[in-house]
Ligand binder design. Structure first.
Ligand SMILES: [Zn+2]
Length: 140
């Protein structure tokens, strides 16, 4: 009888500990989701510099000529909250094959031209949001 009630008490303890762990995990999940917030930005990493583009400011299909900005023979096509690489002179066109980048942390890489386009939320960008040159104004 005494053993049984002791077992029940420890069961309750285990349940409480599990609940506490679940709560901590849930809170962590909420905080993590909160950190991936803010506008989506396209970031272009090239041997000649790093550039950023605010995809939330894109109203309709528009383009940025990367050749005139950083000597990369490619065009960035942007639509509201997404972008893709087009008109590249590389032999394989794998970078174009990535298609539309529209979710945070999606990337398109062009090995021959040594550049990467990725999209990130403001919070994921961290210091790159201030270090990369803003080319949002160059959209046309
Ligand atoms: Zn390519």
């Amino acid at each position: 009888m005494e053993n049984r009630s002791f077992a029940k008490k420890s069961d309750i303890k285990i349940i409480l500990v599990m609940l506490a762990v679940a709560l901590v995990l849930f809170a962590g999940l909420l905080i993590h989701q909160g950190s991936a917030s803010g506008n989506l930005w396209a970031v272009v990493d090239t041997p000649n510099g790093q550039y950023r583009l605010d995809l939330s400011k894109v109203q309709s299909t528009s383009h940025i000529d990367l050749n005139s900005i950083c000597g990369i023979p490619a065009t960035l096509e942007a639509e509201p909250n997404r972008c893709r690489v087009i008109n590249v002179d590389c032999p394989d066109h794998i970078c174009e094959g990535f298609g539309w980048l529209e979710a945070s942390r999606q990337t398109a890489t062009c090995m021959p031209n040594r550049f990467v386009v990725g999209i990130y939320t403001e919070s994921e960008l961290g210091t790159r949001l201030t270090n990369a040159a803003d080319i949002t104004e160059k959209l046309e």
